[in-house]
Design a protein around this ligand. Structure first.
Ligand SMILES: Nc1nc2c(ncn2[C@@H]2O[C@H](COP(=O)(O)OP(=O)(O)OP(=O)(O)O)[C@@H](O)[C@H]2O)c(=O)[nH]1
Ligand SMILES: [Mg+2]
Length: 368
């Protein structure tokens, strides 16, 4: 029997079990996509999660073992989460091109050289050697030709593997490269906001020497806020257009609420500039800290949503503190829903949904 794979997600096509990857009602010679990918492409129906992180990790490990050029993709909006230590350990001592995707989300005035040097510093800090760093937007096609040029130079007769965490845009990037370099005009591989869209390796013969682009499933970030929420909230949290920085002048005793996802209390500070980089669909409330509980009691799950009233039932919050000495701009990243930049001396207490990783870094955004 010939094994056929879905062109959209890489799963083996099967007619037995609708709950398992690759299901299709009937396999014909013309069958290309499983039912899940067909519905995603034609009805924009969000795909159900049908495989586990362990399944994905096995495929990634197998891909990394091959003698290929590794294109390691991270998401600029979720940099700290997708520059994932587990992925990095797997990729050490390999030929790696680090691609920072979703550049279109950052304000147009952002200095791209500043981003590249900030990212090289993050690599240096953990002694992670990469052959090149490329900042792109798969959605808008920005710098895709430059990346193709880098791949051509670095490939040396090998296949090219696209690896990284779920949702960083691996499949979107391959679609973008195909559209720029072949007569293909539509997406070939399925993409969606749901982490875990690609289920298995997808081999796309591309180069004249017979070598391929190979898409892989992404490692699911277990510390992402999305894991605690339902798909209905994803579209509100993940931005799909250029971020408009929102600036607040803050003094001691002020608080900021990022929908119901995070509460940030400024315990000690002089006058402070705080810039939020989050999706425009998230409601931001600034208030005096003494009033926050009342606001939360009235509005959590309503105006301050996500989480929705349904999601709140299964959510707990955790606290974290930060002390900034004011000597340089600092960012606090929330895994999955953005970051805030702080310029000035401050003592901050924040609470966010349990299980969401929160990181501190030097400021990523500099102006031209
Ligand atoms: N704004 C923006 N969104 C992007 C870009 N590239 C991908 N996306 C979006 O990010 C989401 C995930 O994209 P995918 O290509 O499915 O990501 P993936 O890494 O293949 O995900 P898995 O298959 O789940 O591992 C989709 O909603 C895409 O539309 C980009 O350059 N800019
Ligand atoms: Mg994918």
């Amino acid at each position: 029997m010939i094994i056929r794979r879905c062109k959209g997600c890489g799963a083996i096509l099967q007619t037995e079990d609708e709950a398992k990857p690759g299901f299709i009602n009937e396999i014909k010679d013309s069958s290309e996509y499983c039912k899940r990918c067909f519905r995603l492409m034609h009805y924009s129906e969000l795909p159900k999660i049908v495989a586990s992180n362990k399944d994905y990790e096995n495929v990634i490990d197998d891909a990394i073992k091959q003698n290929g050029l590794m294109v390691f993709i991270v998401d600029i909006f979720a940099f700290k989460a997708t520059f994932n230590p587990k992925m990095i350990e797997k990729l050490r001592n390999k030929n790696v091109i680090l691609v920072v995707n979703k550049y279109d989300l950052f304000p147009k005035s952002t200095n791209i050289d500043g981003i590249v040097s900030w990212i090289s510093k993050q690599c240096e800090n953990i002694h992670f050697k990469v052959d090149a760093i490329s900042v792109v937007s798969s959605a808008k096609g920005y710098f895709i030709d430059d990346l193709m040029h880098i791949i051509d130079l670095a490939r040396r007769g090998r296949d090219v593997y696209f690896v990284g965490c779920a949702n960083v845009g691996k499949s979107s990037l391959i679609n973008a490269l195909l559209k720029r370099n072949t007569s293909i005009t539509k997406d070939v591989i399925s993409t969606s906001v749901i982490p875990g869209t690609t289920l298995n390796k997808i081999n796309i013969p591309f180069f004249e020497d017979g070598k391929s682009f190979i898409d892989t499933p992404g490692l699911i970030n277990e510390h992402d806020v999305l894991n605690n929420l339902l798909p209905i909230s994803y579209k509100k949290i993940i931005p799909n257009k250029e971020l408009r920085p929102k600036t607040y002048q803050i003094t001691k005793g002020n608080s900021l609420l990022i929908a119901g996802l995070a509460r940030i209390d400024f315990i000690e500070c002089d006058k402070l500039s705080v810039i939020l980089y989050t999706s425009d669909d998230l409601y931001i409330q600034r208030s005096k800290t003494e009033n926050v509980l009342r606001v939360l009691n009235n509005e959590l799950g309503k105006l301050l949503n996500p989480p929705t009233l349904d999601e709140i039932k299964n959510i707990k919050y955790m606290k974290k503190s930060f002390n900034f000495d004011g000597r340089c701009k600092k960012d606090i990243w929330f895994s999955g829903f953005g970051f805030i930049s702080i310029i000035g001396k401050a003592k901050i207490e924040l609470s966010t949904i349990s299980g969401t990783e929160v990181f501190e870094t030097d400021g990523i955004i500099r102006k031209m």
